[in-house]
Every structure is written in structure tokens, then in C-alpha cells.
Write a protein that binds this ligand. Structure first.
Ligand SMILES: Nc1ncnc2c1ncn2[C@@H]1O[C@H](COP(=O)(O)OP(=O)(O)OP(=O)(O)O)[C@@H](O)[C@H]1O
Ligand SMILES: [Mg+2]
Length: 261
């Protein structure tokens, strides 16, 4: 599995990767719907995996199982060699090890941008306030919204809010970041500012799982593309391989629809 990913810094030298997130034989049902079917997926440390596939194929559910927003019926998921904790403080810690950015920005409406980025650090990580504020300001600077620190989320554009959401997740010092269609709710002119922050994170070596329809991002940032349909991983390959030579009919069909309309 790790052999699939190739270091972006030196294409000639495949990087020996440690496994960070391992899903093995994962199955999940919603009632009669078998939404995840025998999912085996290993994500190496520092790897960027883009997940694509038709609507309803299980992409969001897959993401949500990785930080236990959804339970699974069978199989195992480990992060850094440890199985996902079921509840309590361990689960809270897991949630902060796994940063999640959703389509809807999910910021706390009644807290300022700065407070949004400080909160989890203070409450979950038990970071001292001064230190949390310094880190929050540095992260807001990094995602380009430092000037908005004292505003409330509703006073920001969608692209700015999403960058705050990314900063908030990063503030917890996550081991892996999950992005579920982070740009789908944005006006076109704001998509790039969010993708650029994600590109930068990828370059800095963050381990990322990204569900997106932005094929430009997949081509330039992904180590591996995972294509899902009907609750299964149908194929996975490097972006070059996947986009130039999809093997399954499902993937060919999907690509022809998204690339030529
Ligand atoms: N909480 C739930 N209860 C029942 N069914 C659900 C639930 N969440 C998702 N589903 C169903 O599970 C299937 C997979 O949903 P999921 O949201 O994972 O798909 P997706 O690939 O993310 O789709 P999209 O591209 O539209 O976001 C869909 O048929 C969906 O209707
Ligand atoms: Mg989804």
C-alpha cells in the first residue's frame, strides 16, 4: 500500500512511509443500505489521499468513521497503531488528533474568529490561554485571515470562514486532516484561496484525506486518488495513472461526466 505513494520532492525516490491511518475490513450499514463494503485503506504519514466518486457512494461516511462521528459494524480502524476509542476523554483526544473540515464551516457563531481557534486548545488540549492565543494568531496569519481575528464568523466571506475552520482544526496539532468537500459551498472566486491553503499544508507534509470534486487539486496535490462507488473502493492509483488511464467502467463513466460538462 505504502508503495503507491511517491514523495513529491523527489519523484525518483519512493518514500518509505509509516502507516498512519489503517482501515481494515470496514463495513457499515444504514438500515438496509450497505454504505461501506469491505473497505481496506491505508494512509501513510504525510500522504495526501483524494477520495472521489459519485454522490451517495459513501465518501462522507468514510471520512466520518475515521474520527468516529459514525460507528462501524465490522472491521477495524487504527490511527498511529491504536484502535479508535469508543467514548469519553480518549474520544475527545482522538477527535483533536483528526482534524475535520466540512462543506459547511461549522464555526461557533457567537465566538470571535480568534476565540474559535483558541477554544479547543484550551478546553481539550489544556493549553494555557496566552499560548493558545499566540498559536491562534500565528495560524490565522498562515491562512491569511489575521486581520479578521476579532470579527464574528458571519462578518467573514465563505472563503475566509473556511480558512478559519482550517486554522481551528490545525490549532489542535492534528496527526491527520480530513476535508469533506471543503470548497463545495463556496462562490467560485473563493475556491482558490481555500485550495491554496490546502496545497500549502500538503507541501508541508500534513497527512490529508480530501473528498473533493476539484480535479485540479487532485492532480497537483494528491499522492493517490481513491475512487469509490456503491460503498466500495473500486480503484486507486496515482493521479497521473487514474486520470489518464482509469481501469474500471465506473471510473471512466464518472470521469467523462465530471471532465466534459
Ligand atoms: N445518517 C444516515 N442515515 C441513513 N442513510 C444515510 C445517512 N448518511 C448517509 N446515508 C446514505 O448513505 C449513502 C452514502 O452517503 P454519503 O453521504 O457517505 O455519500 P457521499 O459519497 O458523501 O455523497 P455526496 O457526494 O452526495 O456527498 C447515501 O445513500 C446516503 O443517503
Ligand atoms: Mg458527501
Amino acid at each position: 500500500m505504502s508503495g503507491v505513494a511517491v514523495s513529491k520532492d523527489n519523484e525518483d525516490a519512493p518514500r518509505a512511509q509509516e502507516d498512519l491511518v489503517v482501515l481494515s475490513g470496514v463495513n457499515k450499514h444504514f438500515g438496509a443500505l450497505h454504505v461501506l463494503q469491505d473497505i481496506d485503506l491505508t494512509i501513510g504519514r504525510g500522504e495526501v489521499v483524494v477520495v472521489i466518486g459519485p454522490s451517495g457512494s459513501g465518501k462522507s461516511t468514510l471520512c466520518r468513521t475515521i474520527n468516529r462521528l459514525e460507528t462501524i459494524d465490522a472491521g477495524t480502524i487504527t490511527i498511529d497503531g491504536k484502535p479508535l476509542p469508543a467514548e469519553g476523554r480518549e474520544l475527545a483526544r482522538l477527535r483533536s488528533d483528526v482534524g475535520m473540515v466540512f462543506q459547511s464551516f461549522n464555526l461557533f457563531a457567537h465566538k470571535t474568529v480568534l476565540e474559535n481557534v483558541m477554544l479547543g486548545q484550551v478546553k481539550v488540549r489544556r493549553t494555557a490561554k496566552g499560548e493558545a492565543e499566540a498559536k491562534a494568531r500565528a495560524l490565522l496569519e498562515r491562512v491569511g485571515v489575521a486581520a479578521q481575528a476579532d470579527k464574528y464568523p458571519a462578518q467573514l466571506s465563505g472563503g475566509q470562514q473556511q480558512r478559519v475552520a482550517i486554522a481551528r482544526a490545525l490549532a489542535m496539532g492534528p496527526k491527520v486532516m480530513l476535508f469533506d468537500e471543503p470548497t463545495s459551498a463556496l462562490d467560485p472566486e473563493m475556491i482558490n484561496e481555500v485550495l491554496e491553503v490546502m496545497q500549502q499544508l500538503a507541501r508541508e507534509g500534513m497527512t490529508m484525506v480530501v473528498v473533493t470534486h476539484e480535479m485540479g487539486f487532485a492532480r497537483s496535490a494528491a499522492d493517490r486518488v481513491v475512487f469509490m462507488a456503491d460503498g466500495r473502493i473500486v480503484e486507486q492509483a496515482t493521479p497521473e495513472e487514474f486520470f489518464s488511464n482509469p481501469r474500471s467502467d465506473r471510473a471512466k463513466d464518472f470521469l467523462s461526466k465530471i471532465l466534459h460538462h
